[in-house]
Design a binder for this molecule. Structure first.
Ligand SMILES: [Zn+2]
Length: 111
């Protein structure tokens, strides 16, 4: 069975919830890995005056990699209630970014 295609992009096809948010479709572990790797490398390189500048450049490079990901990673629409990701559909400009207050409402409802 093919995945249901939502008729209206403002409704979750899994649970029918109408509260959705837009987020970057980026694996969080990979993002965290880049940050940790850059930080550890910087500390090692910065410990010696002769390699300090390499550490500084490494941090600049990490920021640049982050920026590249930010601009090129596609966005997905995610459901607040069931966290289902709606991919390959146009992003409705009416759908805003993640809001903690709305997420808390559904988190409380699950318990
Ligand atoms: Zn849902």
């Amino acid at each position: 069975m093919p995945q249901q295609i939502p008729q209206s992009p403002g409704v979750c096809p899994q649970c029918g919830c109408t509260e959705l948010f837009v987020r970057k479709d980026f694996p969080q572990k990979l993002g965290l890995g880049i940050v940790v790797l850059a930080a550890v490398s910087f500390l090692i390189l910065a410990a010696r005056p002769t390699t300090f500048y390499l550490g500084a450049w490494l941090l600049v490079a990490a920021v640049a990699v982050d920026a590249v990901f930010y601009f090129f990673v596609p966005r997905v629409i995610t459901c607040y209630r069931c966290r289902f990701d709606l991919r390959n559909i146009p992003i409705d400009p009416a759908i805003g970014p993640f809001e903690l207050a709305t997420a808390e409402k559904y988190r409380a409802g699950r318990q």
